[in-house]
Design a protein around this ligand. Sequence first.
Ligand SMILES: C[S@@+](CC[C@H](N)C(=O)[O-])C[C@H]1O[C@@H](n2cnc3c(N)ncnc32)[C@H](O)[C@@H]1O
Length: 366
Amino acid sequence: MQIPQINFQTFNIKPPTLKKESSNVQSERLQYEKSWLSLSNLKANYLVNFKSLKADSETPYKYLGTAFYRDLFTMMNATKLIQDTFPEGTDILEFAASNGEEAITLHTLINDKHNIPYPIHSYDVSDKAINYANLNIHSVFCDSSDGFLINPESQNAMYKDLARCFFELMEEIPEPDSDINDKDFMNYRRKEKDFSVKYYKVKDEYLPYFKIQKGDIRNLPEIVPEKQVGAIFFRNAFYHLTNNHIFEHIFDKPVLDKIWYTNKDEVIEDVVSKVYDKLLPGGFFVIGNDEKEHVYQADKFTPREEYYFDDVTDEYIRLKSPLEKALLKDGRFKPVVTSKCYTYSLGDFSVHTVWQKVEKEKDNAD
Ligand SMILES: C[S@@+](CC[C@H](N)C(=O)[O-])C[C@H]1O[C@@H](n2cnc3c(N)ncnc32)[C@H](O)[C@@H]1O
C-alpha cells in the first residue's frame, strides 16, 4: 500500500495535480478547500506552543524545539512547488533538522512508501539534537502544531489526510523513561487541566529514511550530495548564527555582547550565497516563520538610520530584515510563499518563507 497522497490547497500558486482519488475523497476535498484559509484553520497551525520537542541546545538561549507540521501552510506550499518544478524528483537538503520531526513531516508530504523521488538529506550541527533523533521517541502535545494528530474531534478532511499519512509511518509507544522534553516544562504542563501528550516512534521499516547527520549549513560546499539540489530547508535556525535573540529579555553580559558584536549581515550573506550556489536553477530555499527569523536586533555594524529604539521592548530593532535584504540582493531569489509570523510584542504580520532561485547569468545572456 502506498502512503496516501496529501490533498493540497495552495496560496498564490495553482492547484496541485492530485494522484488517483476515490470520488469520496474528491468531495471531501471540495469542502475543506473552501475553509482552508479561514481563520480557524490558519490559527490551528500556529498555536503558541509549537514545541513537541522542548529542549535546549548545548549553547544558552539556543533551542532545539520543533514539532511535526510546524508552519504547515509553508510546508504544503513548498512541497507543491518542489513537485511542480522538479516532477522527475530531486534531492532535498534539510539543515536544522533537530530531532527529525521536520524530515518526517516533509516525507509524509512529498514521498510515497516505496518510491522516494525526493530523497531528504538531513543535517544538524548539535550532537544533542542528533542524540534525540537517534532515540526515535517523539511527543505530540494536544496544543502544538501537530496536536490534530491526537485530537480526532479537531480534524477536518485535510487533517484527516495528514493524520493518515503520519500513522502510515509512525506508531504509538508507551510513555518513555528517557526525558525527551525538559522536565520542569513537563511538570508544569501536566498540572494543566486539559493537557495531554502522546508518544510515537518511526516504524522500523522506515527508519533508514530518517538518518540525521552532523553538518553545519556554513559548510554547504562540502556537504553530501555534492551535486546541486532542488530545495534547501533551514527553518528557524538563523538566530543560532546571527545571535538574534529578539524580545527575550536577556541580561547576561556575554550574550548581550554576542548580540551586539555579531555582524548579522555578514553571517547571513555567507549562508545565502552558499545556498544560492548549491541550488539547481529554479530551486527553493525554505526558511522559518519564527519572529527571530524576521525581526532583527541591531548590532555594532548596523547604520544608525537603519534601526530604532523600541521603548516598549527596550530593544534596538532594525527597520528591515537583513535576511530579506540578502535574499533579494541582485534579484538572486524571489519570494514565492507568504506565511504568518506571530509575535506578542509586534502583533502578527506576513513573512516570505519560500524563496526561489533566479538564474542571474541566464537572464542576462537572454
Ligand atoms: C529551533 S530548532 C528548529 C528545528 C526545525 N528546523 C524547526 O523549524 O522546527 C534550531 C535547530 O538548528 C540547529 N542549527 C543551528 N545552527 C545550525 C547550523 N549552522 N547548521 C545546521 N543546523 C543548525 C540547532 O542545533 C537546532 O537543532
